[in-house]
Design a protein around this ligand. Structure first.
Ligand code: SF4
Length: 238
């Protein structure tokens, strides 16, 4: 264990003595049957992938101008996504909050800082991953996204994933995980294993939202196990 990793673990509030071996979190051999969100995407009604074009600039401009759901009326700006465009890890959150709406970037503020620390703990600085939300506009008062809003916006995320072609997806938080996997299963039962996502069968891992971890620090050890699983998957992929 390196001194740098110990420092990052301390930063996110995980005592070193509590760390478990990677195997305790599950292994890539436990891959579940594929979960495909094609049905959810096709329910989007209006924003088909074909309409996006195949370039980042076209996609970003399309999102910037989007008025496909009611959330456009209350946003300060859209929050497209940020990071390395050929990242090996793609982090997927739920929707922008107040800080994100103001700054135009996903996962900023205290929760964003914790996410950054969690990623650094597995050797991935924020600049090395791609980070985006399911919704590109902030729901009022940080309420959960409505299913119709998620269905409308998901094709933008699908196109981002298609452009990045990551080796591993990390769904962060209950809302993101349940939407992507189209399930009501509690997040505690979704995390700690690998599922196969989308047409490319990309391995997807679920973990807790850093905002939840800030409120429930005892869960950080489980999040660390999830991140170890991500690291293990990345080390197995070419
Ligand atoms: S949340 Fe998505 S679908 Fe709704 S207006 Fe914003 S970009 Fe468009």
């Amino acid at each position: 264990m390196t001194a740098a990793r110990d420092r990052y673990l301390a930063e996110i509030g995980i005592p070193v003595w509590r760390l478990r071996p990677v195997a305790a979190a599950g292994s890539a051999a436990e891959v579940a049957p594929a979960v495909d969100i094609a049905a959810a995407a096709s329910a989007a009604g209006g924003s088909s992938d074909a309409a996006f074009g195949d370039s980042w600039s076209v996609l970003a401009a399309t999102v910037r101008a989007c008025t496909l759901c009611g959330l456009h009326g209350s946003r300060t700006q859209t929050v497209f996504g940020v990071g390395k465009r050929d990242a090996r890890l793609f982090v997927i959150g739920e929707a922008p909050g107040a800080d994100e709406d103001r700054q135009g970037e996903p996962f900023v503020g205290r929760a964003g800082q914790l996410l950054n620390a969690m990623l650094r703990a597995i050797g991935l600085p924020r600049s090395e991953v791609y980070i985006a939300n399911i919704l590109k506009c902030r729901p009022p008062n940080n309420r959960d996204p409505e299913p119709t809003e998620s269905a409308t916006c998901t094709p933008y995320l699908s196109q981002q994933i298609e452009l990045v072609r990551p080796r591993v997806l990390l769904a962060v938080g209950r809302v993101s995980a349940q939407w992507l996997l189209q399930t009501d299963t509690p997040i505690g039962r979704l995390r700690g294993r690998v599922v196969s996502y989308g047409a490319r069968n990309t391995p997807l891992v679920v973990t807790y939202h850093p905002a939840y971890l800030l409120r429930s620090p005892l869960e950080k050890a489980k999040a660390w196990n999830d991140l170890c699983l991500v690291k293990e998957l990345l080390s197995q992929s070419p």
